[in-house]
Design a protein. Sequence first.
Length: 293
Amino acid sequence: MSGFTPDPGWLCWDPAPSPPRFRVPAGAVDAHCHVFGPGDTFPYAPERKYTPCDAGKAQLFALRDFLGFERNVIVQATCHGADNRALVDALHAAGGRARGVATVTPDVTDAELRDLHEAGVRGVRFNFVRRLVDPKPDSYYHGIIERIAPLGWHVVVYFEAADLDERWDFFTGLPTAVVVDHMGRPDVTKPVDGPEFGRFVQLMERDNIWSKVTCPERLSQSGPPGYDDVVPFARLLVDRFPDRVLWGTDWPHPNMTSHMPDDGTLVDMIPRVAPTPEAQDRLLVHNPLRLYW
């Protein structure tokens, strides 16, 4: 543990997840995970809104192997701000088996962008969840997009369902591929065929929009181990948009307050949302390789 003290009540990742019963297909990608520090080597950002426990690349790669995955997509964590050093270090250490999604500011230099690209970064993340970051004006994000679009990068967006209408014009106007984190955080107490999730499905009907069918532990009201109330939402997206869905663990599960999920149990949910071998291959292999490799 570094000299940084985690927030009071912070739930640290499970060091001994259960072995998953479901065997992921060869070449499977965990397409949403993070590295935190370690803080004594890669300090957390002064402007961060949370301080986590350390969760470095060695622990991430050990989990990858334990769960049976071959590759990772590592997403820059908000606790590191736009300092991507921990991300880049993990990408270099992965030996080509990881890609990254970075956080950059409009003043990033061309040389910095080239270095990120060579390390394996293929996208930038825009976070609109106010409890985690302070969202910026649209012009701020457009300035970044102008810089990264020539590299062929895409945009990852994180928002909550209640914010979709406010951001609709911005999201639908983006010129790159757009990957939505965690299905836009739907309210799973509402009907899967109701108007709120229907609005998100309407967004997905645009052929440049992708979704991660991830984080049942964040969305569920019914809770573990099955997270049953989340399954219909993820299944609908996998069925309707089989070529534009991704899956990931979200390890090390930052800002969880109710419980710390078992990563083996999360893997065992995959056949419930993607029940056929073809759907599993698209979700875990074909789609992430097409987008990131």
